[in-house]
Ligand binder design. Structure first.
Ligand SMILES: [Zn+2]
Ligand SMILES: [Zn+2]
Length: 175
């Protein structure tokens, strides 16, 4: 199948997402939310993806493809275009507890969801992928610790050892 894609939204989508849309078939995956660099939009799409995942009991089954090639959005401040399906899957797996310290989320969001942040073990800015083998859900304390704390290398290492799905992606220069 050959497609000429004109919309930037569609250009950011995975091939199987596009196929699902054009063939009207559900496809093999429930992870059909398109990546976006808009925070509010991302939050909404994460909620959509989690709803879909819960309905189809996809939780714990095949994770989303994610993005090996993460784009930056053009604008005054450059931002990464993130995959809501990856965030949704990681949050569903965590089920309300921090992947780093094991504690329950410290508070809830307005929508009643436990507040956890999704962190890239190899940061996107260091060329990390936006995939479930590079993402964890953590409480705000652990998230800050992973970015700014002394001993963050050890905390990162313990995540890699404890969560079997994680891969130690190498640091690489990004375009
Ligand atoms: Zn924590
Ligand atoms: Zn982070």
């Amino acid at each position: 199948m050959k497609l000429i894609v004109r919309s930037p939204e569609a250009a950011a989508m995975q091939m199987d997402q596009l196929k699902a849309i054009f063939t009207g078939r559900d496809g093999a995956s429930v992870w059909t939310e398109a990546p976006t660099s808009d925070d509010e939009e991302l939050h909404e799409r994460v909620a959509n993806a989690r709803r879909k995942a819960r309905r189809s009991s996809a939780k714990g089954k095949r994770p989303p493809e994610g993005q090996n090639d993460v784009k930056r959005a053009r604008g005054s401040s450059e931002r990464f275009v993130r995959d809501p399906n990856v965030i949704a899957w990681v949050l569903e797996q965590a089920a309300g507890s921090c992947d780093a310290c094991g504690d329950k989320a410290p508070f809830q969001r307005d929508d009643g969801e436990p507040y956890l942040e999704v962190h890239h073990v190899r940061p996107l800015a260091e060329g990390g992928t936006d995939t479930v083998d590079n993402a964890v859900a953590c409480c705000p304390d652990c998230h800050r610790h992973l970015h700014h704390g002394t001993g963050r290398g050890m905390l990162r290492q313990s995540l890699l050892e404890r969560l079997g799905r994680l891969k130690d992606w190498p640091q690489k220069p990004i375009a």
